[in-house]
Design a protein around this ligand. Structure first.
Ligand SMILES: NC(=O)c1ccc[n+]([C@@H]2O[C@H](COP(=O)([O-])OP(=O)(O)OC[C@H]3O[C@@H](n4cnc5c(N)ncnc54)[C@H](OP(=O)(O)O)[C@@H]3O)[C@@H](O)[C@H]2O)c1
Length: 279
């Protein structure tokens, strides 16, 4: 029943052929993000792969992962400078790749949210080419601005839940998911998605302030506990107390010890952030 935005820009092909160029915010080298970003880059519109859409960017999200990428050293996965960062955003589809010609009228003019491929130029640009599988039409009730914030945090949460291989609760086995850092960007999506997908799952979130606790409960958490004293609050030991742990906080030795106490035999743990020290 979802209603999508009507095609709001009727003659987009004119817009496309008139300019033929895109502008972008590029990083001239790797290093401190404060000194390497420049606004004045211009180049031809990206070549479209067969299953890609050319999108005129309206909004891009700012994400710490962009800073991590800029601050990192060049690697095989990262194209040479000038590097365009920015993973998620929203905009209007202007053109389709050769493999999507039959779907042209479905896509051209649609308002969409998208997630860029980390190995390709990103979204801090006027235009971006994105694989059709990483693009979603925006439902009518959602603004372009809000939609731009969904793809990266939402897909990270979704992928984490898939990796946890959560089984539905049964009358004999009441399953529990612990989300460490449930009130943040990824944690909020993980709570909402887990609640929608597994109605009988017990979802326990860790949260700091009262505001965060209430937010987690509103998103569908069954219970909220403080970030610390997890074993004391939830119970640990040989049999553990939770079936799945989604850890969104950088694991310290203390948190790793707690998680190994909390997890039930054959349970699954997903670490989104790598540990900074050897555990
Ligand atoms: N956001 C994304 O799109 C994205 C994408 C890929 C990967 N990631 C990674 O996912 C992780 C979470 O990112 P995020 O954007 O969701 O973070 P965020 O929005 O900044 O949220 C941070 C969370 O950490 C919690 N927290 C604070 N102190 C804590 C502690 N001592 N122990 C446990 N949790 C604590 C906060 O809870 P309170 O405020 O309630 O204290 C809050 O829920 C990061 O490692 C990030 O690099 C994020």
């Amino acid at each position: 029943d979802t209603v999508f935005h009507p095609q709001t820009l009727p003659d987009l092909s004119n817009l496309l052929t008139m300019s033929g160029m895109m502008e972008y915010l590029g990083a001239t080298s790797f290093g401190n993000h404060r000194s390497v970003l420049q606004f004045d880059f211009k180049e031809s519109l990206p070549d479209l792969g067969p299953n890609e859409l050319l999108i005129q960017v309206a909004y891009v999200e700012l994400n710490p992962v962009d800073l991590q990428k800029l601050n990192a050293k060049p690697s095989q996965d990262v194209p040479n400078p000038p590097l365009i960062v920015g993973y998620g955003g929203s905009g209007t589809v202007l053109e389709v790749g050769s493999g999507l010609v039959n779907q042209r009228t479905d896509w051209v003019g649609q308002l969409v949210a998208f997630l860029c491929d980390a190995r390709r130029p990103g979204a801090y640009a006027t235009h971006v080419a994105v694989h059709v599988q990483s693009v979603a039409k925006i439902p009518f009730a959602i603004s372009l601005e809000h939609a731009a914030t969904v793809p990266l945090a939402g897909c990270t949460a979704y992928e984490s839940l898939v990796k946890l291989q959560i089984q539905p609760s049964t009358p004999d086995q009441h399953r529990k998911l612990l989300i460490v850092g449930g009130s943040g960007g990824v944690g909020s999506w993980a709570t909402l998605l887990a609640r929608a997908r597994y109605p009988h799952l017990e979802i326990i979130c860790t949260a700091g302030s009262e505001l965060s606790q209430n937010w987690c409960l509103r998103n569908g958490a069954t219970r909220v506990v403080p970030h610390s004293s997890l074993v004391a609050n939830l119970g640990g030991g040989r049999d553990g107390s939770v079936d799945y742990i989604l850890c969104l906080s950088t694991p310290t030795k203390e948190l790793a010890n707690d998680m190994s106490e909390l997890i039930r035999p054959y349970g699954h743990v997903c670490l989104v952030a790598p540990p900074k020290e050897s555990l």
